[in-house]
Design a protein. Structure first.
Length: 296
């Protein structure tokens, strides 16, 4: 798979995540956010599990067993995913949707920062202005005008840190194990199990709540988790984490489009300008390195 093909897969994943926002808003029933997250990740894990077992068996045939350290890394990836999702949801309860949307996008510039300074990865110069462009575009699209930081905002900022860590860990584990489906299913089960435990003590869900949200769990578990998150792991074997963060920021654009199509939510000219800025930043990351290579 080429880097361009991997990036197109990430764009497709962001389309799925953007459209799934509508379902998460209207199809959770009486189920709490943590319990709903746990249920949909269990659903996604079960969908991917048969394919992951085939991949794991193939690795064993090739005498390339996954090490204990790699298993631990996959579990750590799942815990980062769970931490990001839960911290974000706690923050949403105590801040505005506009603030939450913008502050979550802080993970976009965090990823190249961590990759460059912590992992000593080489970063193409276009990543830095593109990251800022995505951040500003998300700010415009969220409609946030005055960011008065409160307790909820701190939770969301913390979640952005874990989203950045998750993107980096996914890329690292997918490349290290060369078994992206195994990485996907382990992180899903880890996230789901952690959510089940925390949700049981915090939200006290009833069986009837899961039944009432079954269609939402099925839809998001199959598409958002089973397909989109798995595609992210597969694609990150072939594309840098910094590129991934910028491309996935298009989720904001597709969420707005889904809201417009399915919920009748309007898009102002300013929001369209923000969407254009995000998409332009993504194109810059794709095209500028190619242009530079052709000039050498």
């Amino acid at each position: 798979m080429t880097r361009f093909q991997a990036n197109m897969i990430l764009v497709f994943a962001s389309i799925i995540w953007g459209s799934t926002f509508v379902v998460q808003q209207v199809a959770t029933g009486d189920l709490g956010a943590i319990s709903f997250t746990s249920a949909r990740f269990f659903m996604g894990a079960l969908i991917v599990l048969p394919f992951a077992l085939v991949q794991l068996k193939q690795r064993q045939k090739e005498e390339q067993k996954i090490t204990r350290l790699e298993w631990m890394g996959m579990v750590l990836t799942g815990l980062a995913l769970f931490s990001a999702a839960v911290l974000q949801q706690i923050g949403i309860f105590h801040t505005t949707v506009a603030n939450a949307g913008f502050l979550t996008a802080l993970y976009v510039p965090m990823v190249p920062f961590f990759a460059f300074f912590a992992l000593k990865k080489t970063i193409h110069w276009s990543i830095w202005p593109a990251s800022i462009g995505c951040l500003v575009g998300t700010f415009i699209m969220s409609g946030a005008k005055n960011l008065n930081v409160n307790a909820g905002d701190i939770w969301v900022i913390a979640s952005a840190f874990f989203w950045a860590v998750h993107v980096i860990l996914v890329g690292t584990m997918a490349s290290r194990t060369r078994a992206p489906l195994v990485v996907a299913v382990v992180q899903f089960f880890t996230c789901a199990t952690a959510g089940l435990i925390v949700g049981f003590f915090v939200e006290h869900p009833q069986i009837a709540y899961f039944a009432g949200a079954f269609l939402g769990i099925l839809y998001t578990g199959f598409l958002s988790v089973g397909i989109a998150f798995t595609l992210q792991v597969v694609a990150q074997r072939y594309t840098p984490a910094a590129d991934t963060a910028i491309i996935l920021s298009a989720e904001t654009v597709f969420a707005a489009l889904a809201g417009f199509i399915f919920l009748g939510e309007g898009l102002s000219p300013l929001q369209l300008a923000g969407a254009t800025m995000i998409l332009s930043s993504i194109l810059a990351v794709q095209l500028l390195p190619i242009y530079a290579r052709r000039q050498t």
